[in-house]
Write a protein of this length. Structure first.
Length: 85
């Protein structure tokens, strides 16, 4: 529901979350990428994904600086971080 979605968004923003990582976002992706940078993970271990995200933190900082909403969607696939346009 929209009310629940807005409550989650507000909670995450209050806790200074900028990036959401998930295997799927479903139909909520449009709501999510208006407030957070979405990262879709299709393979790899949690540890490897965390390392990859840490190595590419600059890309997320750049995206946050260049956009205030409507963030690009990123994908982790085959050990690489890819901007999904």
């Amino acid at each position: 529901s929209k009310k629940k979605g807005n409550a989650v968004i507000n909670f995450l923003k209050q806790n200074k979350v900028n990036v959401l990582v998930s295997k799927q976002f479903g139909k909520n992706i449009k709501m999510i990428n208006n407030h957070f940078i979405p990262v879709l993970v299709s393979d790899g271990s949690i540890e490897d994904t965390i390392k990859l995200l840490e190595r590419n933190a600059g890309l997320f900082a750049e995206e946050l600086q260049n956009n205030t909403s409507g963030f690009e969607i990123f994908r982790v696939k085959n050990g690489e971080l890819i901007r999904k346009k």
